[in-house]
Design a protein around this ligand. Sequence first.
Ligand code: COA
Length: 519
Amino acid sequence: MWAVCSRVMVKVGLAKPHGLVNPCHLVKPVSATRVTGRYLTHQSGLPCLPVPPLQQTCDRYITALEPIMEVDELKHTRELMEEFQKPGGVGERLQKGLEKRASNTKNWLSEWWVQVAYLDYRMPVVIHSSPGLVLPRMDYSDKQGQIRFAAKLIAGVLDFKTMIDNETLPVEYLGGKPLCMNQYYEVLSSCRIPGLKRDTVVNHAKSSPPPKHITVVHNFQFIVGEDGMCGANYEHAPAEGPPIVALIDHVVEYTRKPETAQSPKVPLPMPQKLHFNITPEIKKDIEEAKHSMNKLAQDLDMRVMVFSHFGKNLPKAHKISPDAFIQMALQLAYYRMYQRCCSTYESASLRMFRLGRTDTIRSASSASAAFVKAFDDHSRQNTEKVDLMGKAIKAHKSYTNMAISGQAIDRHLLGLKMQAVEDKISVPDIFKDSAYNKALHYHLSTSQVPSKTDCVMCFGPVVPNGYGVCYNPMNDHINFAVSSFNGCKETNGALLAQALEDALLDMRTLLEQTPRAKL
Ligand code: COA
């Protein structure tokens, strides 16, 4: 997707990997405002991720399956769940194991999660894991501007890195509660070493550089185009979108600051051309990599759409959560295309907890199913439709609150499964059940990644016949990136993007035409 020849690829290699120029002389010295230990003090004050009660997860799992399963399929799953959670059964045993793990670790999930979600995953990281970012068009249009911008961008990243190293990066809050800042400390200090049995993420802030002669995948690449089109690409293992976007916001603001001509205190060394020793064997590998990268890129349909009719201010004015509104529009768009609801993933932040990453908001609920089924039914009154919309939005908001407070079902179920593996007992039947596969087959994989800069993050679908949808709700417009695979006949990104636009507009019309009770 990003392998466009005419673009300058800026590798931000701050992590001192094997023999690359050590960039230390470029980084500003640690400032007097350094607050030694602030980061660790903040981190240790954060609560630990809870292990939700077993029965709660089992009940909520069945509820989450209702909109995507047939009634008879669900009957079998219900029986399996009852067996799983019976007193003295395997569920209780695994739950106790998880609780013990939680009391002995900073976060019972985080290590498993990085391993399962990122490092054990055998598909190429390009498209299947690493997200991309489309930046707003920059204000230059020639080579000179391109080089100047690339230089400013690097300076902006180093400025951000200085804030991390100084521990002066402002702590973020959600609903008045401080968030875990660990991802910031990972993202510019670690790299992924592929090709080993288990990939490894090395944090250079905490360890020595990786051995020589091992390919190191840098976490960050910026793409700076000659025409002002810019983007970024990052390796997902160390961080989610929001910290990355915070870095991008900082960098973009930095590049917009007026330049103050500063002569360096010590003369800088002249830039030196790097010479690469490309043997025929390496050349062949590069050609093969290029070929498979092009094949991957050709199979990806990525639509970046600016929905310009309204932004998050509209649902807010109607006292509705913009995120829930957009998610319900996605449900409606999908239902209109396929006449069924699908398993839907939305990332929820677990950063209220120490070393927290994400859990899943299952946006398809019984309430959302009732809403989308009623929406185009001419026998239903608008007052009934708006009432169903209100209930669907409320269900989504309540799932969101449950997820961000560590009470969602997906990571807990994963933990119970991993505990069985750890205990070397056979994986319980609930995980071999077709319902579990269906629940994890996300036809819609979605995420809100808001930013101050008018950018949008993008990622590929997580299943061959699915869509990836990322969005950035700005005040008066919404940026969407909708992806699908060209090789799949079932999906069509252009149609989903159109259906999404129609759904958002139709939902606004319904809201504006119909009085409703407060949501
Ligand atoms: N009435 C009026 N305003 C409302 C409202 C209501 N009923 N509900 C929410 N709002 C406001 C909020 O106060 C907020 O205001 P702001 O624009 O001033 O900040 C705004 O609407 C957005 O709220 P909402 O749309 O509900 O979303 P959120 O900010 O609570 O985010 C999640 C919801 C799930 C996206 C967020 O909790 C989360 O987990 N984000 C992380 C996602 C992630 O990690 N993605 C990365 C994947 S790589």
